[in-house]
Write a protein that binds this ligand. Sequence first.
Ligand code: SF4
Ligand code: SF4
Length: 281
Amino acid sequence: KEKLPHFSSHDHIFKVRDALPRRKTLTSILKAPGGLIRISMAIDTKTQVINQILITGDFFAYPKRAIFDLESLLKNSKTTSSNTKQIIRNFFAGQKPSIPGVKEDHFIQAVEEGLQKMDLLPHGFDEEDTHHLFPVSKPFAEVKKPEVLLLPYCAKEIDCDFRYQKGCEECGRCSIGDAVQMARSFNMDYLTIQNYEDLESTLYQVKGSGARAFIGSCCEPFYGKHRPDFERIGLPGILVDVERSTCYDLNQEKEAHFGRFENQTHLNLMLLKRVLEYVHG
Ligand code: SF4
Ligand code: SF4
């Protein structure tokens, strides 16, 4: 049997393509067993048509042009979910590309999630904002009246007594205190998350208490990696990207997992506030 050349290669071709300009695009990321899929689309919101689409990631595809063909089929097509779904299904049925660990449903979901960000645009978010918002288990529009705000320890002041324990006394020295006050003004509880294990048990606990949804903050690489975990737990929510260098940028992902990341990130308070207004509006 002929060996598929790219499977034995370390060349993750889809990672190294020129990105579409972020300012006017909608994006999504989805982790499939075979790799991360990134979708970037320029949409004509008046005609509801996909003007341009770029599918990148670190998965392998054979033949190599399969992804380019899929992009061509989606380009200039209507943005309705039924339409993009049909295009992707027809493409897989016709071309039968080999993409280990990535199914047509993963592409359908990734494209759909990018398009769902269109729903945010009439609510005071622009395209740039939407790059920093990540859905958990449900489309943004279906996350309503969340009861809890989850805040990452990495945004706490490095010397704060609460850096390595739950809580915050709202001393005003970092963005966590502002977020706690914001939570209160929306009648929400808040919890700081001290490590990965704490995140899992907190989400299970909040879900078990009968909560509808949560709002949280984390970095994009964390969301990309742990999205399947969030979905396994199943509490719907919206995550807002943190600002400044993340533990992934600094190669301290392992330390961060156990709650020992020693850099300080910053919460995007303006965006967080707009998200809280959106979900409670
Ligand atoms: S606002 Fe809260 S988390 Fe930030 S330094 Fe003060 S007590 Fe610590
Ligand atoms: S992965 Fe690192 S930077 Fe990202 S939210 Fe967690 S501790 Fe913060």
